[in-house]
Write a protein that binds this ligand. Structure first.
Ligand SMILES: Cc1ncc(C[n+]2csc(CCOP(=O)(O)OP(=O)(O)O)c2C)c(N)n1
Ligand SMILES: [Mg+2]
Length: 328
């Protein structure tokens, strides 16, 4: 892909805002008891989602984690349908049956979020293996947190992906925490990219809060994977500005640490970059305002959707012939 123009960067700035504002509504409605379960926000990590996912083709398949709203939106899934899914409404991506941690939009290549930490890695490798076997050009991309690297499935997947040179891009969002435990407290391995060497996987550790940096690294990584160079592990150092889930009071972080993290906001970073390149503050404000309206309208439409009819609870659980065969 050619270098983004200044107009492209402004579109990407809008994409960051759409995710930020979307999750602001998730937080508000979860606190009001409108959202089932515990949504996990990606506030502060949006540059990773936007830098990687906006460069994917529709046919490229995406696997994400419990913190996946931003990835799905940045890949181009409909804002209303994504929000409605989180609300558990019929107009949701999965008819309201999946929710925040089980977003699936197969038509857009989103093969799924999962609440099982590291549960998505082998699935992504499997999809990549299928693409390789069928001679398709699409790649598989999987987002996971630094905490997932403690799971055996991470190492098993890296091993086979490297051995079979699978077209899979591993994107680690290293936010320094697994739930309420900081990385220093549970691992001597500071950088997830260190795990790539023994498997002979190409890797890079980057500043995940600087969109131009993420964009350039993702462009190279995607190109390498697409041309058949085998898997790539992109480690994006980032910060979770919110709690682990909505409602986490964050007793395990000091006020100073939280203030420091706020200073690293990826939206502010891109704003400074664009102002430095001559974009007027008013134009940036207008982009933010447009994002605000777009998201608000989508949220209102999502909220207007009906809840699924309880009588349909078994739909999609069993194949219809199998269900018909159940006596009674
Ligand atoms: C297999 C499994 N073990 C434990 C959990 C509980 N759990 C949910 S999120 C999480 C931490 C994940 O940390 P990380 O992978 O760094 O992602 P982050 O939340 O920081 O984005 C844990 C342990 C789980 N969901 N699945
Ligand atoms: Mg983490």
């Amino acid at each position: 892909m050619t270098e983004p123009t200044l107009a492209d960067w402004q579109d990407l700035y809008g994409a960051l805002w759409r995710i930020r504002l979307f999750e602001g509504h998730v937080q508000r409605l979860a606190a009001a008891g409108e959202i089932p379960g515990f949504p996990h926000l990606s506030t502060g990590q949006e540059a990773v989602a936007v830098g990687v996912c906006t460069q994917l083709e529709r046919e490229d398949v995406l696997f994400t984690s419990h913190r996946g709203h931003g990835h799905v939106l940045a890949k181009g899934s409909d804002i209303e349908a994504t929000f409605a899914e989180i609300l558990g409404r019929q107009n949701g991506l999965c008819g309201g049956r999946g929710g925040s941690m089980h977003l699936v939009d197969a038509a857009n290549g989103v093969l799924g979020a999962t609440g099982v930490v590291a549960g998505n890695l082998a699935l992504a490798a499997g999809a990549a293996w299928a693409a390789q076997a069928q001679g398709r050009q699409n790649i598989s991309v999987v987002f996971f947190g630094d905490g997932a690297t403690g799971a055996g499935a991470f190492h098993e997947t890296l091993n086979l992906a490297a051995l079979w040179r699978l077209p899979v891009l591993f994107v680690c969002e290293n936010n320094g925490y697994a739930e309420f435990t900081s990385r220093e407290e549970h691992s001597n391995v500071k950088h997830v990219s260190s795990f790539a060497a023994p498997y002979d996987i190409a890797t890079q550790t980057i500043d995940g809060n600087d969109l131009p940096t993420v964009w350039a690294a993702a462009r190279d990584a995607i190109a390498a994977v697409r041309r058949g160079a085998g898997p790539y592990l992109l480690e994006c150092m980032t910060f979770r500005m919110a709690g682990h889930y909505v409602g986490d009071s964050q007793q395990y972080r000091s006020k100073e640490e939280l203030a420091e993290i706020r200073e690293k906001c990826p939206i502010e970073r891109l704003k400074r970059y664009l102002v430095g390149r001559g974009v007027a503050q008013d134009d940036l404000d207008a982009i933010g305002e447009r994002a605000r309206n777009t998201v608000l309208q989508a949220v209102e439409r999502a909220l207007a959707g009906p809840r699924p009819d309880p009588a349909t609870v078994l739909d999609y659980v069993y194949r219809a012939p199998a269900l018909a065969a159940i006596p009674g």
